[in-house]
Design a binder for this molecule. Structure first.
Ligand code: PLP
Length: 444
């Protein structure tokens, strides 16, 4: 290739050029085939090059691609909003459309602050989040994120929001039951609210299953139920960040559905359009919308591409595909098989300390010593090396490293499209095993 003028994540690296994709596979221009074992960035949940989506994209483009949201609504966006209201729990019936997960969480942050202003409580403007978390890369979203690696250059410019620990069952203190651990972690929220003062706290934000900063860390039962109780007690809104977990990824419509808890807002992205177009959303409860409607009547957020008909039509086609092919159920079923195969690998390979996950969102954590769970120094770049080896072998896996930099969390995410078959999972496991074994050899 001639010289590149495109800024890539690693400036010196030469990236292969993508040619095409089909189902769980991607092909580069050299003809090399890759299993998309992480759906890109846990995004392509229905697989690549699905005809129905491409047709919906074309049909909408022939009519109109862009109409500004302050001028027009569109059939596609109305139908999409209705579908999300049908799937979302409780009274989460209203959707604000944006184009990325970071915009979705930042919109939720703003709506939370505005909601309390409209209720005459303008001092409620702090957002509590968790140290092990990732809610996006823009400054507001990063302020709510704990991801050390992504924050550290910008810390002086970020809002100094309070954080609490997230439950991390693999590293739970010895001698404490999972049940008690869940409550201890949740009760940290109460302590944080009381320390800051309930009159200062607008919302608490959490990922139902921790993604990029932890590698598919699933909370114990009881955790989110207690979080909901605490939020209710102190008038704090609960935002479930489902950018990674939403739209069936964990085997239910939303990750939080596993615990029967109803948040006040849900943020979505990634799987919402399966990567066919940039699309994301903040789904909001009746109570919040009614309050704003009866107050200023105007939500102070929005972007040029919010609710554009083109992205809405594509996302709607994706949701219809998910429904038609029962992909929530498939993710639960095939995800259980994937986890079983990953746990076999963990039992066999000394480098893997933990294999965990929920539905089709799984993770492996690498450790130096399985008994003590001592992590490798980050300078060993173990997960980076596994990712590179897997790439060489034709398998894509996603990094989840640097969330708790220097403490733990040298992990990768395995999250293939929800459409993956058992035979394809076996193929994925074979390549992954080879990659981990190669890195194990190097580290000897
Ligand atoms: N929230 C969560 C839970 C995420 O995993 C991500 C991205 O990985 C984001 C927010 C940010 O989304 P985006 O990269 O689309 O801005």
């Amino acid at each position: 290739m001639k010289r590149s003028y495109v800024i890539k994540p690693e400036l010196e690296k030469i990236y292969p050029v993508i040619s095409h994709g089909k189902g769980i596979y991607l092909f580069d221009q050299e003809g090399k085939r890759y299993i998309d074992g992480c759906s890109g960035a846990v995004t392509v949940s229905i697989g690549h090059a699905v005809d129905e989506v491409v047709e919906a994209m074309y049909a909408q483009a022939k009519e109109v691609s862009f109409a500004y949201r302050s001028h027009f609504s569109s059939e596609a966006v109305e139908e999409l909003g209705a579908k999300l209201a049908e799937w979302a729990p409780g009274s989460l019936n209203w959707t604000f459309f944006v184009s990325s997960g970071s915009e979705a969480t930042e919109t939720a942050q703003k709506i939370a602050i505005q909601y309390w202003q409209e209720r005459g409580k303008p001092t409620k403007n702090r957002i509590i989040s968790r140290w092990m978390s990732y809610h996006g890369i823009t400054m507001g979203a990063l302020s709510m994120s704990g991801h050390v690696l992504r924050r550290k250059r910008f810390v002086p410019l970020l809002e100094d929001y309070p954080t609490i620990s997230a439950p991390y069952p693999y590293r739970k203190p010895d001698g404490v039951s999972l049940e008690d651990y869940a409550l201890q972690c949740a009760n940290e929220l109460e302590t944080a609210i009381l320390r800051v003062g309930p009159e200062q706290v607008a919302a608490f934000i959490a990922e139902p299953v921790i993604g990029a900063s932890g590698g598919a860390v699933v909370p114990p039962d009881g955790y989110f139920q207690r979080i909901r109780e605490i939020c209710d007690k102190y008038e704090v809104l609960f935002i479930a960040d489902e950018v990674m977990t939403g739209i069936g990824r964990t085997g239910k419509a939303f990750g939080i559905d596993h615990w029967g808890v109803v948040p006040d807002m849900i943020t979505l992205g990634k799987g919402m359009s399966s990567g066919y177009t940039p699309m994301a959303a903040t789904v909001v409860s009746d109570e919040i919308i009614e309050t704003i409607k009866n107050g200023s009547g105007l939500i102070m957020a929005g972007h040029t591409y919010s609710a554009n008909p083109q992205s809405a039509a594509v996302s709607l086609a994706v949701l219809k595909y998910v429904e038609k092919h029962s992909l929530f159920e498939k993710a639960a079923e095939q995800g259980a098989y994937l986890l079983e195969r990953l746990q076999e690998l963990a039992a066999e390979l000394p480098l893997i300390g933990d294999a965990r996950g929920l539905g089709m969102l799984c993770g492996l954590e690498f450790v130096k010593d399985k008994d003590t769970k001592e992590p490798f120094p980050l300078s060993h770049n173990v997960s980076g090396r596994v990712i590179a080896k897997a790439f060489e072998k034709g398998l894509l896996v996603y990094p989840a490293v640097g969330g708790l930099e220097g403490i733990a969390g040298d992990s990768v995410i395995i999250a293939p499209p929800l459409t993956i078959t058992k035979a394809e999972i076996d193929e994925l496991i074979g390549l992954l095993k080879g990659a981990v074994e190669s890195v194990q050899q190097e580290l000897r």
